[in-house]
Design a protein around this ligand. Structure first.
Ligand code: AFP
Ligand code: FBP
Length: 337
């Protein structure tokens, strides 16, 4: 397929025709999410001029102070998705429990999960942030309506996953299970245009992304892996590594998708009862599927992330994802420990 002026709508219609991987309700859902991301992008771009910067003086379910833009992005996604008839319910990092589609609208077959604004600390300092989303099929109705337990499906059950990064360009990255495609927002036309298809992450890399300030809290396998990277040419890896940390998973993963690398947010001993910092269902799962679809790998140090069966909506997980050989290496260090 030529990448010349192919809009997201056309791409989805052609996918639907070619292999049926996108039923019409799913296509509508993806278009609505993309439209919501355009709205969020506009608010992000206005910044101080739109009065959207700063804290909202409220906390989300994870006890994190919400930024105004966290709340705005959450509302934009809910309002855009409520009425179209394609969804049964939504779940978000910013909401304690699931949000059912109101009775006045028809109920669809899908469940949508999202982190409306990832990288909140970057908002006020004008650094890249993003929206991450994951789509699941609603299980058979058991007569009790949609419940939180319906969302607790392994990442391997996702039918679509993506993110939109609000950076120098606004870019939407999407998978429906047949590779990863990237669309850039054409602001004059107001539409997402296909700019790259079948994205592949190189299996080897010399770049890692981790919050190094937490080093003293990591477990031994992560100490070993990073220690070897830092030892450079003279160490056991025999090559110099470079480090990047943008404080937004979307931005760090996007960088890796474009040029290789490994992203890590490991368990650390300050909060031993938590498996990690990042959220499984609306951060790790969609990102892991995108990375796998681009030829990379994603584990929690022991298991493939997409095989984990969630026990709760806001479950946390340790994350190692990106270039396959590096993810396999750091995972093998956990196995050996
Ligand atoms: P928010 O959930 O507050 O937007 O935080 C984003 C994030 O969970 C993830 O995207 C980053 O990788 C990570 O935080 C950065 O955290 P630190 O730099 O504070 O370790
Ligand atoms: P460019 O001039 O290539 O854009 O490099 C930018 C830069 O000089 C600084 O903006 C930045 O602080 C630094 O490189 C980052 O360098 P590194 O992390 O590779 O040490």
């Amino acid at each position: 397929m030529s990448t010349q002026k192919i809009s997201l709508t056309r791409y989805l219609v052609e996918q639907q025709r070619n292999d049926g991987s996108i039923p019409s309700q799913l296509r509508l859902l993806l278009e609505v999410v993309a439209r919501a991301c355009k709205g969020i992008s506009q608010s992000v771009n206005k910044g101080a001029l739109g009065g959207v910067l700063g804290s909202a003086e409220s906390e989300n379910v994870q006890g994190e102070v919400q930024k105004k833009l966290d709340i705005i992005a959450n509302e934009v996604l809910i309002e855009a998705n409520e009425w179209g008839g394609h969804l049964a319910a939504m779940a978000s990092e910013e909401m304690d429990s699931i949000h059912l589609v109101p009775n006045r609208y028809p109920q669809g077959e899908y469940l949508l999960l999202f982190d409306p604004l990832d990288g909140s600390s970057n908002i006020d300092v004008n650094v890249s942030i993003g929206t991450i989303f994951s789509v699941l099929r609603k299980p058979e109705d058991n007569g009790q309506g949609v419940q939180e337990s319906d969302f607790l499906q392994a990442g391997s059950q996702q039918v679509a996953a993506g993110y939109c990064i609000y950076g120098p360009q606004t870019t939407l990255v999407l998978t429906v299970g047949n590779g990863v495609a990237m669309f850039t927002l054409d602001r004059e036309q107001g539409s997402f245009v296909l700019t790259q298809e079948r994205i592949q992450i190189p299996a080897d890399t010399k770049e890692f992304a981790i919050n190094m300030s937490n080093q003293r809290h990591w477990a031994e396998p992560v100490q070993r892996y990073i220690g070897e990277c830092l030892a450079g040419k003279e160490g056991p890896r025999g090559k110099d590594f470079n480090m990047r940390w943008i404080a937004s998973m979307v931005a760090d993963v996007h960088r890796i998708l474009m040029r290789g690398g490994v992203f890590m947010y490991p368990w650390d001993k300050r909060e031993p009862e938590k498996a990690g910092k990042l959220r499984l269902m609306y951060e790790a799962n969609p990102m892991s599927w995108i990375v796998e679809q681009a030829g990379g790998a994603a584990t929690n140090g022991h298991q493939r992330i997409l095989d984990l069966k969630p026990a709760k909506l806001h479950e946390r997980v340790a994350v190692f994802l990106g270039s396959k050989n590096e993810v396999e290496r750091v995972t093998s260090y956990h196995d050996a420990a």
